[in-house]
Design a protein around this ligand. Sequence first.
Ligand code: GLA
Length: 386
Amino acid sequence: MQGQQLGLTPPMGWNSWNTFTWDINERLIREAADILASEGYKEAGYEYIVIDDCWSLKERAEDGSLVADPDKFPGGMKALADYIHSKGLKFGMYSCVGTHTCAGYPGSFEHEFQDAALLAEWGVDLLKYDYCFKPRHVSGELLYKRMSLALKNCGRDILFSACNWGEDNVYHWIRESGAHMYRSTVDIQDSWDSIKSLTLSQLDKASSTGAFCHNDLDMLVVGMYGTSNSGFIGAAIGGCNDIEYKTHFSLWSLMGSPLMMGNDIRKASRAAKDILMNKSLIAINQDIEGRGAYRIKPEPQWFHTDEVFMLVKVLTDGDLAIGFFNLSDGQKEISLQFWDLGLPYASGKALSLYDCWEHKELGVFKERYAPVVAAHDCVVVRAKLV
Ligand code: GLA
């Protein structure tokens, strides 16, 4: 058992929901695993293949067990888990705190220990646990504690991915519950407005993430370009462009969110792959100390709205990851005074900057750095004290 290491850094992988919602099957999941293993994603750090909602039959078996839908998964979950494991990957599944899942399949309420045992038997490595149809008389806090207890004692390491959309003051109790990651936002949509609003909702939550319990801003929409099969999630919305996906990925990386891809990775564009496999950004996201990113407002402060800001993440080796974000609709100069990082000019120290998207050294700077950033774009640097 991996035990103490489970969930140390933000989990990375792929989840079926954003693009495929209900339209999932064994073949799709196997193909996703093949791509993760053969196209460099695994080496980049992506390891979980997660089946979201809609995988089971609508009724439990007579003995109360969940049953995988035999039309969608004729080979059964154990064989699928074995296949995913044979690729050196991990297998994630989905259930719900309530009597039903959000799409109306059986939830785990009052079946927690039985379901955890079945997941362990199948070889599951991650459980995403949703919040629909929760009976009113029991608190969500208690139900997450309950499933955590069941998972931690099921005989297998199963990473616990809570998903209560930031409700019921989740920040105040989720770490204690035993969850390794927790959704803090409503469902993402494949649109710039959605990316922007999820980001702005979590900017003041820098201290609510960290090793073993990561604030999850929801799955990535990078590379979807409006291809979700759900009108609610994306198709009707039309998707984003590559600049916006780059900014989305930079925000999630710096803010320490789990990185769960949600596009059809069998058909990923070159641009989407380059974004999803940016090694410098992934290294920032996976930094072992798992510190949240603090926000700095650019000078002059009265001039900028909340849509223009810098995020700074203190890294284990002493470097700083700094993102200059322009979520507004016009080009902006974003001025960082090194004083605001704790670096006064009088110290005689400077910062050597490496551009994580241009993949090049920018040089050594004293006192300030002020890139001009296009609308919806960002600049991310790794800064070394010299
Ligand atoms: C909720 C979750 C989503 C997804 C769906 C499945 O909306 O927040 O991420 O799991 O349920 O029905």
